[in-house]
Ligand binder design. Structure first.
Ligand code: UT7
Length: 326
């Protein structure tokens, strides 16, 4: 059976660390509040000169190195991001140029925090129908350049980073078993960046009104996220006739430790079967799942034949899962 298999992963996070104690000096917040409500302790901040494609480039180089491949071996690049280098062209095209991946077609996907899993589902379909053989899938974000540093309800949450995975066509039982993607556009305004698009093109007014920054109704988003992710993971396992006890690892989107714990509880999974790194990176949107996946691979937490479940929830609203037999 033709499947797509993740043959290598890579990630990159900027060096500069912003701790909760640093945020105490910027807005009316406390390390205690942030840690208790989110689980986040620090996050990485990209340099002024760094663009999202630079982070994507470093993560991709790491994945190519792990795979023992050259960039010209890749025939498609998909970048999931909501903080691309510029509106046109796609960040994937800029990444293709930086990598010198001449044989690859390239495009971006916008599904906010679910973007990496959406991109995996597209890559998986292209591989299964024979259109592409080796695909580089990247989740990369510089959220901190779209963050309102005067808004304590959002600025404590976000961080920058990138993660990458290389998918290859393979025969056999191992690889991506299933992907599920969902959206509910009726709640688009729970999490959005209103300015800079065709609805509110950039103007002095949009800047004065801070429309170019990310806005989130956190508490409402939280409630939908918990409800939606709980049913998503249960359905994903049921449809694939797997019991939660057969899962070796859950790799969730890293938005809030309480959301992650609720999802794990719903499956009856102990937390040692859940990858959590948000205390170090905060919420990196589309980058969070591939960074966590790469850390799990590199620290030996994933073994051959393990069942791994990826899940994410984000703006759109969107939510998605991917079940993998490693
Ligand atoms: O990644 C994509 C999807 N995103 C998510 O899934 C994020 C979902 N949301 C969340 O993670 C949480 O809702 C937050 C962490 C954003 C907020 O936690 P919460 O428990 O939902 O808090 P809240 O918004 O209900 O606010 C509780 C209180 C409020 O004060 P009052 O009205 O009770 O007096 C806020 O003003 O906490 C206050 N507050 C803060 N206090 C100190 C809000 N932000 C802060 C802050 N420091 N940074």
């Amino acid at each position: 059976m033709l499947r797509s298999k993740i043959i290598a992963t890579g990630s990159y996070t900027p060096e500069r660390i912003l701790a909760n104690s640093d945020l105490e000096k910027i807005v009316d917040t406390s390390d205690e509040w942030i840690t208790e409500r989110t689980g986040i302790r620090e996050r990485r901040i990209a340099r002024k000169s760094e663009a999202t494609s630079d982070l994507a480039y470093e993560a991709s180089k790491n994945a190519l190195k792990q795979a023992g491949l050259k960039a010209k071996d890749i025939d498609l690049i998909i970048v999931a991001t909501v903080t691309g280098d510029m509106p046109v062209p796609s960040t994937a095209c800029i990444l293709q140029d930086k990598l010198d991946a001449k044989m690859a077609a390239a495009f971006d996907i916008n599904a906010a925090c679910s973007g990496f899993i959406y991109a995996l589902s597209v890559a998986d379909a292209y591989i299964k129908n024979g259109m592409h053989k080796r695909i580089l899938v990247v989740g990369a974000e510089i959220l901190t350049k779209f963050t309102d540093w005067e808004d304590r309800t959002t600025c404590i949450l976000f961080g920058d980073g990138a993660g990458a995975a290389i998918l290859e066509a393979t025969d056999g039982e191992r690889g991506i078993i299933s992907t599920k993607i969902h959206s509910d556009g009726s709640m688009w305004n729970l999490l959005h960046t209103p300015g800079g698009g065709s609805k509110h093109p950039t103007s002095k007014e949009t800047i004065n009104k801070k429309l170019h920054f990310i806005k989130m109704k956190g508490n409402e988003t939280f409630k939908v996220a918990v409800r939606t992710l709980e049913s998503l993971v249960v359905e994903t396992l049921r449809e694939n006739k797997l019991k939660p006890s057969q899962l070796s690892l859950l790799i969730p989107h890293q938005a809030n430790l309480r959301i992650i714990q609720a999802t794990a509880n719903r499956l009856g999974l102990p937390m040692d079967k859940v990858v959590v790194n948000l205390e170090r990176y905060g919420n990196t949107s589309a980058a969070s799942v591939p960074i966590a996946l790469d850390e799990a691979v590199r620290t030996g937490r994933i073994k051959e034949d393990d069942y791994i479940l990826l899940e994410a929830f984000g703006g759109g609203l969107t939510w998605a899962s991917a079940l993998i037999k490693w």
